[in-house]
Design a protein around this ligand. Structure first.
Ligand SMILES: [Zn+2]
Length: 440
């Protein structure tokens, strides 16, 4: 039970319940300002702010075969402990993540969380479908696309992610088949739509996963282009997850790798990723004077896009693309919220973009997305009011995740322990050594 707390319910959007008492029983919010149970554990909420658990619409959770055939000898050396992957996410109040390229291993991670062996977020799983050649789910005809969608649905995936190399007819068949089966679609705008962007906006294409998917279709990076894209999305009912933080990090590391080396949260990333980001970084490898100038322009243009989409009334949700070098799951969501506000959303709109809106799009808003009686107890207790300054979402006093409470001490201990173990195994997970072991 949290006593005397200010609850930002997010539903209705402007509601704030001051000095409220929130009772949590099991995994649910049992009451707000209702009957107080006799033997409850009491959390003092005085001068604190309670918000719904945060949702990251776009992550890539590492799995043991994440590096695929590039690292055939990784087992048993590389086995990511699921708790270690989830700790930074929970510590940041992110209680739901949408994994946009899931595999059977992601199902296994989800199961560990469901069984209570690991404290972690709810995971929504997307099956990625691409065209061309290569590994994974590949479809190059309409019939192949439809059949992959049917299989993914039968296997239990929640969403279909469309990707860059799909051809026009396969893409359109995938969106059509998904909508027939009631499966939502999210993703890239395939390269095949270059010069005919409007054809990508077929009914029930659910969400564009990056602002960059639009900037690829703009030579001038003009406000007019941003407005044209917003109009297309609005008319088609397609939402946007701009992932502003991804482009911000791409720009920063292209300019200097120091941005990653000096990241205060790098220590919470598995040392193999740390090493790869620092020593085998493609953005650094491909850094040209042109890129160093162009990427910061994209960052600015993406702000313009967010403004135009907001004005057009297209719902915008918070996603990070965590897993991209520099973008650290959990921490990155607060960066995204800050960038959304910088781009023109109000703090309240930014919060909505990471709570109620994604829950609605995902169709799980009867369970999560707002602080309401009967919903699941995914809640974040903050030391200061995020409606005044969005940076205050980082001032976390504690997190309820599916009713499990991590207070500030627990969060601190979990993070410190993780950083310590990561530091201790740095030599073992040197990227270059791991690679050379493989090539023997
Ligand atoms: Zn992604």
């Amino acid at each position: 039970m949290i006593k005397n707390v200010n609850v930002i319910t997010m539903n209705p959007l402007t509601q704030v319940l001051e000095h409220a008492t929130v009772v949590i029983r099991g995994s649910r919010i049992e009451s707000i300002n209702g009957v107080i149970p006799d033997k409850a554990q009491i959390i003092n909420g005085k001068d604190k702010w309670l918000i719904p658990g945060l949702i990251d619409m776009h992550v890539h959770l590492p799995t043991d075969s994440y590096f695929g055939p590039k690292l055939p000898t990784q087992a048993p050396d590389v086995a990511f402990a699921t708790q270690d992957l989830m700790t930074p996410i929970v510590a940041n109040g992110v209680t739901t993540v949408v994994d946009l390229n899931s595999t059977m291993e992601t199902f296994a991670q989800k199961k560990e969380i469901d069984k209570g062996h690991v404290t972690g977020p709810r995971i929504v799983l997307a099956a990625l479908v691409n065209g061309g050649a290569g590994a994974g789910r590949i479809a190059n005809t309409a019939e192949e696309g439809r059949s992959l969608v049917r299989n993914a649905k039968a296997e239990g995936y929640d969403l279909i992610k469309v990707y860059s190399k799909l051809n026009v007819e396969t893409y359109q068949a995938i969106i059509d088949e998904s909508s027939k089966l009631g499966v939502k679609t999210i993703g890239h705008i395939p390269n095949a739509f270059q010069g005919k962007l409007d054809q990508a906006f077929v009914p029930l294409f659910g969400m564009v996963a990056h602002a960059e998917e639009f900037s690829k279709h703009s030579e001038s990076l003009s406000v007019q282009d941003a407005q044209r894209f917003a109009k297309l999305s609005k008319e088609n009912g397609t939402w946007l997850s701009p992932t502003l933080t991804t482009m911000d990090w791409i720009a920063k590391q292209t300019i200097s790798i120091d941005s990653i080396a000096q990241s205060p949260n790098l220590k919470y990333v598995h040392p193999l990723f740390q090493s790869k980001w620092l020593t085998a970084n493609n953005y650094v490898k491909n850094a040209t004077p042109e890129n160093k100038e162009y990427y910061p322009k994209l960052v600015q243009f993406h702000f313009e896009l967010v403004k135009a989409f907001k004005e057009a009334g297209v719902p915008i949700v918070a996603g990070t693309d965590a897993g991209v070098s520099g973008v650290i799951a959990g921490f990155a969501l607060h960066d995204e919220l800050e960038l959304l506000v910088k781009a023109g959303l109000t703090p309240r709109e930014a919060l909505q973009a990471a709570t109620l809106l994604p829950a609605q799009w995902l169709g799980i808003d009867s369970q999560i997305g707002s602080a309401e009686v009967g919903k699941l107890a995914d809640l974040v207790l903050l030391d200061e009011n995020p409606l005044i300054d969005i940076k205050n979402t980082r001032k976390i006093a504690g997190v309820f995740i599916n009713g499990t409470w991590w207070d500030k001490n627990k969060i601190g201990t979990m993070l410190a322990d993780l950083a310590k173990r990561n530091a201790a195994s740095k030599d073992k997970f040197d990227w270059k050594k791991t690679i050379s072991r493989k090539s023997k």
